[in-house]
Design a protein around this ligand. Structure first.
Ligand code: DI6
Ligand code: FE
Length: 407
């Protein structure tokens, strides 16, 4: 029997190893894969003398860790293109939400949709993410807002994972907005989320984390604290949509609960970022939403960098604020809108995104022992992944060492 299942040779490799300079790059390198994991990686000239069942020459293509989209709302019914048009005629996102549109219009369409309909439409979007290099994707609920419909969304997300080679991680986002049945009593809805939804979802193993939206048009810090306390009692980690439209104290709150990540963060205060740094909470930046809402307030990039807070980048794929189905294009947007460097963006969609999902022990870099989730690119340099818009430089995708069909 051969020592290795697969040997990839004649490649350039952006390992994205933490602490390494220059993409952790290895020119003229090779990667050996055994049992779905990376068994060896390094310069071809230093390769140990072992046997491989299959060898594939990559003729100078670049390898990176497969991309990880750590924040999406991929499962939803309907679409919101009409609202997009309304905003271009002068309506605001908050105004539309307060008038019962926005998230609530997607709630109506999602409740009306069958599980199969939701599955079919989300599967198309999942395929698009994969064709731009994604092997791991997080999917949130949050358009059901009652027990049956939140469970329906999470079951669809789990089915998507079962039916595809990609890893799907799920987050319960029942505290996304106040559902119509509770307009005058948000606290009663929060009680339902804490007492019924979180325990039920945890019992059925439907969620890997609990998320919430802390914002003037959604829930305040006190309400989110209750949700997070309930999540912790059910043994689930938390994450937060924080300070997207206003400084709502979200970054501090996420840090207080040692959240995996605080996401958006345009209006986060410096003290919030400091608290995240101390708590080890990752920042997830979402340039697709920033662009679509024509936001002008920048997330606190310099403070995040100064305090070494891990910065992840994600698509936030959703019908309202980020109709974007590519984390690679999110990287390209993050360079232009937030002035992140291409190297920060690639780290943000690999190593730091793994951290934001609590999967950093297993994936996100090309190192011995990690899962062999590898993207193969037709490029001359990894900076090009943040440079091109509207083209697909992906030449191949391996998940746990196996070729994924990209049709
Ligand atoms: N922030 C977002 O960007 C998405 N959810 C959230 O809390 C938007 C969701 C939507 O508008 O449908
Ligand atoms: Fe979101």
């Amino acid at each position: 029997m051969a020592d290795w299942d697969l040997l990839l040779t004649d490649a350039h490799i952006a390992t994205m190893r933490r602490g390494a300079a220059n993409y952790g790059a290895i020119e003229d390198g090779a990667i050996a894969i055994a049992g779905g994991s990376i068994a060896w990686v390094g310069e071809s000239a230093r390769m140990p003398n072992r046997t491989a069942a299959r060898t594939r020459s990559l003729a100078g293509q670049w390898l990176t860790p497969a991309l990880i989209d750590c924040h999406t709302h991929l499962v939803f019914g309907g679409d919101r293109s009409a609202e997009f048009e309304q905003r271009l005629h002068g309506a605001s996102y908050e105004g539309i939400a307060r008038a019962g549109g926005g998230i609530l219009s997607t709630v109506r369409a999602t409740r009306a949709a069958s599980a199969d309909e939701l599955f079919d439409s989300a599967r198309v979007r999942l395929g698009m993410l994969a064709r731009d290099g994604v092997a791991t994707v997080e999917i949130k609920s949050g358009y059901g807002l009652d027990l049956d419909n939140e469970m329906k969304m999470l079951q669809v997300a789990r089915r998507l994972g079962d039916a595809s080679d990609l890893t799907v991680r799920t987050s319960l986002l029942a505290a996304h907005t106040v559902p119509p049945e509770f307009t005058t009593n948000a606290d009663a809805y929060i009680a339902l989320v804490c007492d019924d939804l979180i325990p039920a979802v945890a019992k059925h193993g439907l969620a890997d984390a609990v998320d919430a939206y802390c914002e003037t048009i959604a829930f305040n810090t006190e309400q989110v604290s209750r949700v997070f306390a309930a999540a912790k009692s059910s043994g689930l980690p938390v994450k937060l949509h924080a300070d997207q439209l206003s400084d709502s104290g979200g970054a501090e709150l996420a840090a207080r609960f040692a959240a995996l990540s605080a996401d958006h963060l345009e209006y986060a205060s410096n003290s919030g970022v400091q608290a995240m740094g101390k708590a080890g909470t990752a920042a997830v930046l979402l340039p697709g939403a920033f662009l679509t809402l024509q936001e002008t307030q920048q997330p606190p990039i310099d403070e995040l960098r100064r305090l070494d807070v891990p910065i992840a980048i994600a698509s936030d794929c959703n019908p309202g604020t980020s109709p974007l189905c590519s984390v690679r294009e999110a990287m390209a947007l993050a360079c232009r809108l937030f002035r992140l460097t291409p190297e920060e963006c690639l780290a943000g969609a690999t190593r730091e995104a793994a951290l934001a999902l609590g999967l950093d022990g297993d994936r996100g870099t090309l190192e011995v022992g990690k899962r062999a989730d590898v993207a193969i690119w037709d490029i001359m340099h990894p900076r090009e992944l943040s440079y091109w818009l509207g083209i697909r430089p992906l030449a191949g995708l391996l998940i746990a060492g196996l070729d994924v069909s990209l049709n």
